[in-house]
Design a protein around this ligand. Structure first.
Ligand code: GAR
Length: 206
């Protein structure tokens, strides 16, 4: 049984709705993921994720990227807050900015992203729309550690989803989102249980 001291602290980055944040935070609070919630940082003042954090009793803060002279200064501020909460892992839960080397190095292999495609296909924004436009029959979602590239880091878990003839970007995104929640929760649980090892590009699950 883990006691409080051996529990990992999980913090979050989000830009919007925050359903992935909520999926993980719910499991931490219910004790399903053995971790302590840290802080949620958003780059948008009106992110719906704030409301979800308040309901769950998780601290949150808006950090305005425009208030800093450089991205490095903005990220230094983020690091200050994450460190204040003794953050072990950061979940990028719908965080729509590219992180720079500074924060990636500071938390090497400790920032986990959820992406709505089967990487390395459809990196970047609007991955669900990219899948529809391309005409793929299968897409999905991926959790991975963030590295210096865009959606290129070591892959933790993936789940495939069929693209149906009648799918719109909305129906497809909804189906993918349900699976995102599942693989993100599972990934963070594995991490917090010490079951994940990163060897170069390869994530070994013990
Ligand atoms: C999710 O579909 C997530 O995979 C995607 O944004 C959505 C956020 O939803 N992230 C990216 O596209 C990152 N490149 P949420 O705010 O409800 O979690």
């Amino acid at each position: 049984m883990l006691n409080k001291k051996t529990k990992k602290t999980v913090s979050f980055l989000a830009s919007g709705r925050g359903s992935n944040f909520k999926a993980v935070a719910d499991k931490i609070i219910s004790g399903n993921i053995k971790a302590t919630p840290g802080i949620l940082i958003c780059d948008k003042p009106d992110a719906a994720a704030f409301e979800k954090a308040a309901k769950l009793g998780i601290d949150s803060i808006f950090i305005d990227p425009k208030a800093f002279a450089s991205k490095a200064d903005y990220e230094k501020e983020m690091i200050k807050h994450f460190d204040r909460y003794k953050t072990d892992y950061i979940v990028a839960a719908g965080y729509m900015r590219i992180l720079s080397d500074e924060i990636i190095q500071h938390y090497k292999n400790r920032i986990i992203n959820i992406h709505p495609s089967l990487l390395p296909a459809f990196q970047g924004r609007d991955a669900q729309n990219q899948a529809i436009e391309y005409g793929v029959k299968i897409t999905g979602c991926t959790t991975h550690f963030i590295d210096e590239g865009t959606d290129t880091g070591p892959i933790i878990l993936q789940r495939a989803i069929n693209v149906n003839k009648k799918d719109t970007v909305h129906t497809l995104a909804d189906r993918i989102l349900k699976e995102e929640h599942k693989i993100l929760v599972k990934s963070i649980k594995l991490l917090c249980d010490g079951k994940i090892e990163v060897r170069g590009r390869h994530v070994i699950i013990h």
